[in-house]
Design a protein around this ligand. Structure first.
Ligand code: T3D
Length: 263
């Protein structure tokens, strides 16, 4: 697993995926996209992985699509960007949203284009103060993709999403946090520690609960209130019959931390 462009490690219930094209500001080429898709698919069924941490090496998280990569560079004539979306970003976003475990993202520096869409597809985002979110698509006569037109208005509201996508203005991490687009903005020097302690917390959380929370909240857009209530009833019924629920209540009564097994 992994490649030169994506570092992967698994330890203590935490899978760490680290984008590794720092000299290109972690712009996505085909190799990095495919490695990331394979990595998310690989950990989906693994019981030894409770949370994924997505991070990036270097001064920026990602500058989006690598504009020099063969499939998208218009230098050699017209290109079919629909095809590259079909091959790379659509399966990637599906793999992330369908992953039955939390994805925690740690972002620094530039978070642009498809890289920004990817971050919005993560479940919890912590950003360093240096981070800024950028929708550069219109500057090259494109529209936000990789789920950008879906995630962005839901994260910041339609008026803000339109303005960000049409102007290409930078949205600093502190403002993104104030808008509720990300979970937290911390000093860059604290980004690694803040990410690690939240990753450990999520790795110790009840896996069935994490999966149910993600599935329920991620699917609200396509559900009516009545459907959401029914989904909650059915999911809660199943969770209430799990060994982890019994353990959670027992641990509460015994005033000790619970030990969850995912059963
Ligand atoms: O169907 C499809 O697949 C299409 C999908 C499209 C999805 C997208 O993501 S479209 C949007 C693509 N991204 C951009 O348009 C952003 C382009 N980059 C920039 O605007 C700037 O680089 C940044 C604002 C991100 C950062 O600026 P700065 O001054 O901090 O760094 P820099 O010097 O511009 O970049 C550092 C190097 O990374 C530089 O290379 P060099 O000169 O040192 O050899 C630069 O060319 C390279 N780089 C930055 N972004 C990209 C890139 N190389 C390829 N693709 C990039 N996107």
């Amino acid at each position: 697993m992994g490649s030169d462009t994506l570092q992967i490690s698994v330890d203590g219930g935490i899978a760490r995926f680290t984008l590794n094209r720092p000299d290109r500001l972690n712009a996505f080429n085909a190799e990095m996209s495919q490695a990331l898709i394979a990595a998310f698919r690989d950990v989906a069924p693994r019981e030894d992985v409770r949370v994924v941490v997505l991070a990036a090496n270097g001064r920026g998280f990602s500058a989006g699509q690598d504009l020099a990569d063969g499939g998208v560079s218009p230098a050699g004539g017209t290109v079919d960007l629909g095809r590259t979306l079909e091959e790379h970003y659509i399966p990637l976003i599906h793999a992330m949203v369908a992953l039955p475990k939390p994805i925690l993202c740690a972002a620094q520096g530039v978070v642009a284009g498809a890289g920004a869409s990817l971050v919005l597809a993560c479940d919890i985002v912590i950003a360093g103060e240096s981070a800024f979110f950028l929708q550069p698509f219109a500057k090259i006569s494109l529209l936000p993709d990789a789920g950008g037109t879906y995630f962005l208005p839901r994260a910041v509201g339609t008026p803000m999403a339109l303005a960000l996508a049409m102007t290409g203005e930078r949205l600093p991490a502190a403002r993104a946090a104030a808008l509720g687009m990300i979970w937290k903005c911390v000093p860059d020097t604290e980004l690694a520690n803040a990410t690690e302690s939240l990753a450990v917390q999520l790795a110790c959380a009840a896996p069935l609960s994490m999966r149910a929370v993600k599935t329920a909240i991620r699917s609200t857009e396509s559900r009516t209130l009545a459907e959401a209530l029914v989904y909650e009833r059915d999911a809660q019924r199943a969770l209430g019959q799990s060994a982890d629920y019994a353990e959670g209540v027992r641990a509460f009564g015994e005033k000790r931390p619970p030990v969850f097994t995912g059963k």
